[in-house]
Design a protein around this ligand. Sequence first.
Ligand code: PBG
Length: 323
Amino acid sequence: MPFPIHRLRRLRRTPALREFVRETRLTAKSLVAPLFVCPGSRVKQEIPAMPGNFRWSADLLVEECQAAYDLGVPGVILFGIPESKDHVGSGAYDNDGIVQRAVRALKKALPELVVICDVCLCEYTDHGHCGVLKNGEVINDESLELIAKTALSLAEAGADVVAPSDMMDGRVGRIRAALDDGGLTHVPILAYSAKYASAFYGPFREAAGSAPRSGDRKSYQMDPANQREAMREIVLDIDEGADIIMVKPALPCLDVLALARNKFDVPLAAYQVSGEFSMIVSAARMGWIDRELIMMESLLAIKRAGADLILTYFAKEAAPLLR
Ligand code: PBG
């Protein structure tokens, strides 16, 4: 006979009582800010579909990272927008590439900041796909060589963590081998393990100019209909040596995140992607929702589902509220 013996409202009566029984706590220590690096100097160019996010040249990127770090953001993940693109994404594994240069500058100026580098070819290929194209198809094993070369080059430049987002089969193992052969056994791999072919990446592709010229990414990114397959992707990545696994996008995939948390004892990350960010920002601008409350509730939900790390375009805004 539950009621009137049990009344769950008793512990909701005051803020202090609610604090006592709060199950999930967000902390700024788990936030990672995604940032875009572009050529030039003194460049700060706003990304139209992602208000408050910019393409930064390396010099201003350092200043922005310092500002974010001072507000309590412990880490960033970098994406590059190169001067030119080609068929094989040479800019991605150029030791003097856009992100490689930015990482060197960042690690010099701000050694404590955790610098994660996204590893992918799509921002560097003229066709916009995440691997090498042959007869209109993305060829897996040839792409692996270039992706491993990219990871090695970024780690040599000083990246604290490398994060492959290309979704080629076998890339985690191939990157691990390349890093270890290169004497970089200490550099962890954050694998975008369950990365769905999602329309929520739209604003990012505008920011990075990385939308595929033809076709889509469905032959390598996962079908949003599949949850069991996500677990298989994660198992493979862990077996190949992933140190942290990631689910992406975040809010549309909380079921995947929660299941992964239940099944695997490895650190788990979630990426609140560009479309998730832009939806909240635009609805708030219309006056339809409260920006700050929705921001915090969405981050809390991602944490509650099981994420240790949260990659989010709200990092700099949320961090000071969590101190
Ligand atoms: C590169 C990459 C993408 C994102 C992260 N890494 C784009 C894509 O796969 O099309 C999306 C991030 C976001 O939408 O915020 N492969």
